[in-house]
Design a protein around this ligand. Sequence first.
Ligand code: ATP
Ligand code: MG
Length: 420
Amino acid sequence: MSTFQAPKGTYDLLPPDSATYLAVREAISGPLKNSGYGYIETPGFENVELFARGVGESTDIVTKEMYAFETKGGDRLALRPEGTASVLRAALEANLHKGGNLPVKLWYSGSYYRYERPQKGRYRHFSQVGAEAIGTEDPALDAELIILADQAYRSLGLRNFRILLNSLGDKECRPVYRAALQDFLRGLDLDDDTRRRVDINPLRVLDDKREYVQKQLAGAPMLRDYLCEACKAYHEQVRELLTAAQVAFEDDEKLVRGLDYYTRTTFEFVHDGLGSQSAVGGGGRYDGLSEMIGGPALPSVGWALGVDRTVLALEAEGIALDIPAATSVYAVPLGDEARRVLFGAVTALRRAGVATDFAYGGKGLKNAMKSANRSGARLALVAGERDLAEGVVQLKDLTSGEQTPVALDAVVDEVRRALA
Ligand code: ATP
Ligand code: MG
């Protein structure tokens, strides 16, 4: 125990559990890598204004949850609270959208920071894997992303998740709906904060979880009744493509990601074993975002899946991922000469791609064999003076206990054969 502890709302990933986090990141990124998405990495902090504009001045993320600070040089920065704004900023800066090869498909994986009230599934430092498809309006692209997330969750063995789907309309029909909704909301009995939200971002009010707000929302105009023909047709195509791919979804007309540049398709992945932090991922179209941050019109769609909550979802479903032991072979030297010789064999095995570890610190046989068993290795290489005199090491199968002498210069081949 040191004098210090991990900051409030954060936790450390430690072995062996950390292997599950890596496996989840891999399971989510696998289908993306397999579908034309290239890896992008952006800085952990950005100009605070990028998030103010790119996430939205009226969102909780920007008003309450952002770690913003001024540097010694006087720059106003913020730790990134989400990935989309940074990825789009980077793509525009590098002109990835020019040259006619659209959409630009990118995936990312990293740490995100939000100053939230910590609780199970809600942390101040958390991890997401995300994907963005930039510059193309095509319902097949929206469907692709939803199908890939579904594939990722299923590959992990998850079953108790649901996909909620909605359309938010576009710049033709959304404003008409927005005005109608504002008219309705202004007639309700709401607190000052919520009334302000009615002015800036009325769709968000639909998402308000509080009972006294929800009760008054009965009879609110629904976006579905305001969608223009183009939006209706687009949404219908997304739904048909998902159905054809046998990806089940639920239409949820209350699902809003109520920023002005979020358009059309919006979706969320919820897991039923997670209590109130049930969203494991979410995303949608953001056709207006590029222009909001000074770029050209670039209709885009993306999602971000939470790694922490996906791990909790695995626990909730009682799923233990099949993670191979980190070490296949464990070398146990008895004496100084054996130490020198076996260390050489370990290096050769590692260079041959065999996961190998070594009993460091001059442990006795008993302790070293304990470490060998704890490492999960299938084989041990044991050598003492007598073995070396004969030019061999003992190859021990840790499951059966069977032991065979192996010529020193045949160790790599014999180990490979035994592991095959
Ligand atoms: P919530 O409604 O639970 O606050 P959100 O809408 O803020 O979620 P997004 O911004 O859509 O979440 O982020 C995508 C995913 O990232 C979420 O579905 C969730 O899995 C994860 N996530 C978001 N915030 C946190 C957090 N504070 N701690 C852990 N995971 C988080
Ligand atoms: Mg949130």
